[in-house]
Design a protein around this ligand. Structure first.
Ligand code: GRF
Length: 204
């Protein structure tokens, strides 16, 4: 399967996916990285890995969300993309775009969904005195940070954790579950049944 990763920033999850896909047995190839920000750090890392990059700058489109998404869609079509992975992509997508990628677009969110949708998840987990926190890879649906969960990873929240400590611990888990989730989806082993996913076969 041909995979595009959409980023807005440093792209550490993107890097984890690129590294995992280097394995010849991995069922997906990362063929494109798209950023909505020309200065996203991840773009350089993608280029270093011989992966095509594109910038679709939302600022060029002003309030014209449709124009932005049409440009995004046409880049993805040009590269014959099968699966889209959002990895720190900080734009909300409309149902026009999302519906084109139903069951073929994944996102990673730094919390144990449905807890802590939206931003500042680590701070909110500490404030809520959560015992556990973590990350979720899910299929994207029009409603933000919703959609069937493919994989979750948990970490403990420790008594003296700063937001940064917790973010680091969660990020390490993100880098493990995202490659796993993409592998399962690309291999056709994830079936969506209503609001949840069923995995065929052994998870390894
Ligand atoms: C990650 O924490 C991801 O879960 C969230 O944004 C952050 C992106 O980090 N959606 P990176 O760009 O992958 O390093």
């Amino acid at each position: 399967k041909r995979v595009a990763i959409l980023i807005s920033g440093r792209g550490s999850n993107m890097s984890a996916l690129i590294d995992a896909a280097k394995d010849r047995a991995y069922p997906a190839e990362i063929v494109l990285v798209v950023s909505n920000r020309p200065d996203a750090g991840g773009l350089q890392r993608a280029t270093e890995n011989g992966i095509a990059t594109a910038v679709v700058d939302h600022k060029t489109y002003g309030k014209n969300r449709e124009g932005f998404e049409q440009a995004l869609q046409s880049v993805l079509e040009q590269h014959h993309i099968d699966i889209v992975c959002l990895a720190g992509f900080m734009r909300l997508l409309t149902s026009w775009f999302v519906s084109r990628w139903t069951g073929r677009m994944l996102n990673i969110h730094p919390a144990l969904l449905p807890a802590f949708k939206g931003l500042d998840t680590h701070r909110r987990a500490i404030e809520a005195r959560a015992e556990h926190h973590g990350a979720t890879v899910h299929f994207v649906v029009p409603e933000m940070d919703s959609g069937p969960t493919i994989a979750q990873g948990t970490v403990p929240v420790l008594p003296d954790d700063t937001e940064d400590d917790l973010a680091k611990r969660v990020l390490a888990i993100e880098h493990r579950i995202y490659p796993l989730a993409l592998k399962l989806v690309a291999a056709g082993r994830v079936r969506v049944e209503g609001d949840h996913c069923v995995i065929d076969g052994d998870i390894s």
